[in-house]
Design a protein around this ligand. Structure first.
Ligand SMILES: Cc1ncc(COP(=O)(O)O)c(C=O)c1O
Length: 366
């Protein structure tokens, strides 16, 4: 056996959401009948403009992508209200940017802070570079960050602090005041993950001018409807962005991803409509789920809801299995550090998908 690094041997594999094909095969279901409410995608499909632009470029996939990604960088800058020198694009989504941060900032033994529960990929990615997690708390009862716990977790070896707002999986926000407090108490990089900011109506771009150590992470996988194209972006200080470009793979954003993302940003109507429909679906699901006596639902500012199912006396593994047998995929949250075995996360669907899900869920719980 070749000599694989110790850190890789010890790494817990990342647990992703379940895919439609996987569930179709496992339960012998027709993939077209499966409702996927497990990965916080856009259930209304991609922008028609993105599909058209991809089709028009298909004949040119024998050519490498542009390496400077000028059009898309400018479009992202304009959408975000920053200059192009403040933008970096990632070709495996926002996840690739997390990897670039690991390459650029983490030496073995360096620390990073994550509040728990939160997006598990931070930890998964940085451990490979020898990063050591220090945990802060997300106050689930108030559904916001316990900012004191972040300050307590700081050490001379802290290199990165992750603040996820709206937080995945709890869907609550972090106050701007608390983000400022963290920024002012450290020279480490503060990554504010805004993967879901469009659904919340708030963002923290205004702080970029004030703090050199702020980095905002975003994605085209959620409201932009391009999860399958794997494209994300980061916004930060121009000098820092320039360093990150050195650590980035030259051609990771494919031609088709670049074209699809640029066309989507030009489709303002699509973005607005998707945001609006997601908010309506979220409010509908919140109202229906809170009406079921055995469920406790957290208020959400994102396109998903975290649900405490302990009063059903079923563990999340059992409930999600029963839902999958009936063709419904939701996220079993057992793998999120900081949550026990009684939480599920439900993404917004179309109204018909929501109704079907509620109907089947009620049958199972009854
Ligand atoms: C909070 C958060 N950040 C980042 C990502 C990564 O997104 P991408 O699909 O762009 O890699 C996700 C994906 O689910 C997420 O939930």
């Amino acid at each position: 056996m070749v000599n694989v690094k110790k850190v890789v041997k010890k790494l817990d594999p990342y647990v992703p959401g379940r895919s439609i094909m996987e569930i179709a095969r496992k339960y012998g279901l027709d993939p077209d009948e499966i409702i996927k409410l497990g990965s916080n995608e856009n259930p209304w499909g991609p922008s028609p403009r993105a599909v058209k632009a991809i089709k028009a470029d298909l004949e040119f996939i024998n050519q490498y992508p542009e390496s400077d990604l000028k059009d898309l960088t400018e479009a992202v800058a304009s959408y975000s209200g920053v200059s192009p020198s403040q933008v970096i694009l990632g070709g495996d989504g926002a996840d690739e940017i997390l990897d670039i941060l690991g390459k650029a900032l983490i030496d073995p033994g360096d620390e990073f802070i994550v509040h728990i529960p939160s997006y598990m990929y931070y930890e998964f990615t940085l451990k490979i570079y020898g990063g050591v997690p220090a945990y802060a708390n997300w106050d689930v009862s108030k559904n916001t960050l316990d900012v004191e716990s972040v300050l307590e977790a700081l050490s001379p070896r802290t290199r990165i602090i992750f603040l996820c707002t709206p937080n995945n999986p709890t869907a609550g926000l972090i106050n701007k005041k608390d983000i400022r407090t963290v920024l002012e108490n450290t020279d480490a990089l503060v990554v504010v993950d805004e993967a879901y900011f469009e659904f919340s109506g708030v963002n923290n771009v205004d702080l970029l001018g004030e703090y050199d150590n702020l980095f905002i992470l975003r994605t085209f996988s959620k409201v932009m409807g391009l999860a399958g194209m794997r494209i994300g972006y980061g916004l930060g200080n121009p000098q820092f962005i320039e360093y990150l470009h050195r650590a980035k793979p030259a051609f990771s954003v494919t031609r088709l991803s670049q074209i699809a993302a640029t066309a989507t940003l030009a489709d303002k109507e699509y973005i607005e409509r998707s945001t609006q429909l997601s908010i309506e679906s979220r409010e509908y699901l919140y109202q229906k789920l809170s009406g079921i006596p055995d469920l406790d639902v957290l208020q959400s500012k994102a396109n998903y809801l975290l649900v405490d199912i302990r009063k059903t006396e079923m563990k999340s593994g059992i409930l999600t299995e029963k839902l999958m047998e009936k063709g419904i995929i939701v996220r079993d949250c057992y793998s999120f550090r900081g949550l026990d075995d009684y939480w599920i996360r439900v993404s917004v669907g179309t109204l018909e998908e929501d109704e079907r899900f509620i109907e089947i869920l009620k049958q199972i719980i009854r």
